[in-house]
Design a protein around this ligand. Structure first.
Ligand code: GLY
Length: 281
């Protein structure tokens, strides 16, 4: 069965932002699903691009600012069939970091490229460069909301292949050069032949419990995606007092999600349903 699950980041999520978030999540689900019949990697990438292009989410346009008032973004993607993966960290001015992560996966022998090198690689590959990814809201939040977190992610399957991806501006007021879980395979993103996982939240804690790999291993052992996500978030809290969320799909297209923040907008659709279902708001 074809299926897609998308998240817009775990966090506080003020009431007034929810309607816009839900609309864009639905758009991301539908866009990804359209691509699923052709190519699951494109489905994952295109779905995340919708979220990166929206100012509502902390990824691409709308990313939070670091302590120097700059935007530095992380993203990763993994193909569970080939076990190939690509990621970028602390990259500036790239409109769609998830597309850059895909190019790292498909055109290099590397898994993670960071900072200036990642930016130059984006330019060499003709990706859109955007000098101004700042939104007025993020500039106003800068320094005021030190703990602002959030990330976007998608997991897709066409029934035989699973792909997972994640993209973020990271945490507000982070040190320049700080790389979070969204760039780390096994922490923010993981996929295998059995499941795909994308995480969101306090990346410095998520890395310490290898959250996405942990959830993937549970699903591989036969745990349902929902129970595996709940166990993952319990682990995150019990071991390192981490706040965040996680989404997962198995190869039957069954989904799971869990979070220990106020909200985590999630959208899901499969071949049997005609419309995205929305959770976590
Ligand atoms: N999960 C986003 C970050 O901590 O960078």
């Amino acid at each position: 069965m074809r299926a897609i699950i998308v998240h817009g980041g775990a966090g506080k999520w003020l009431d007034e932002k929810i309607p816009d978030a839900v609309e864009v999540i639905k758009e991301a689900v539908v866009r990804g699903f359209e691509y699923l019949g052709r190519d699951p990697i494109s489905a994952c990438e295109e779905s995340i691009k919708v979220l990166e292009d929206s100012p509502v989410f902390n990824a691409g346009r709308g990313s939070v600012l670091n302590e120097k008032g700059e935007i530095e973004m992380d993203a990763s993607i993994m193909d569970g069939k080939s076990m190939n993966a690509g990621a970028v960290g602390s990259v500036k001015n790239v409109k769609n970091p998830i597309s850059l992560a895909r190019i790292v996966m498909e055109k290099t022998d590397h898994t993670l490229i960071v900072c200036e090198g990642a930016y130059r690689f984006a330019v060499e590959n003709g990706l859109d460069i955007e000098e101004d990814l700042y939104t007025n809201e993020r500039i106003k939040q800068w320094k005021r909301l030190k703990d602002e977190i959030g990330t976007v992610g998608a997991v897709v399957t066409d029934g035989s292949r699973i792909v997972a991806g994640t993209s973020t501006g990271g945490v507000s007021m982070k040190k320049d050069g700080r790389v979070g879980d969204s760039a780390i395979i096994g922490a923010g993103t993981y996929a295998s032949e059995f499941s795909g996982v994308s995480a969101t939240g306090d990346g410095d804690k998520i890395i310490r419990v290898s959250l996405s790999f942990f959830v993937n291993q549970l699903i591989t052992a036969g745990v349902s995606p929902m129970d595996a996500c709940r166990c993952g978030i319990s682990l995150l809290w019990e071991k390192v007092k981490g706040k965040g969320g996680v989404i997962a799909l198995n190869r039957k297209g069954e989904y799971g999600f869990s979070y220990n923040t106020a909200r985590m907008p999630v959208g899901y659709m499969n071949s049997r349903s005609r419309h995205p279902k929305i959770f976590g708001v």
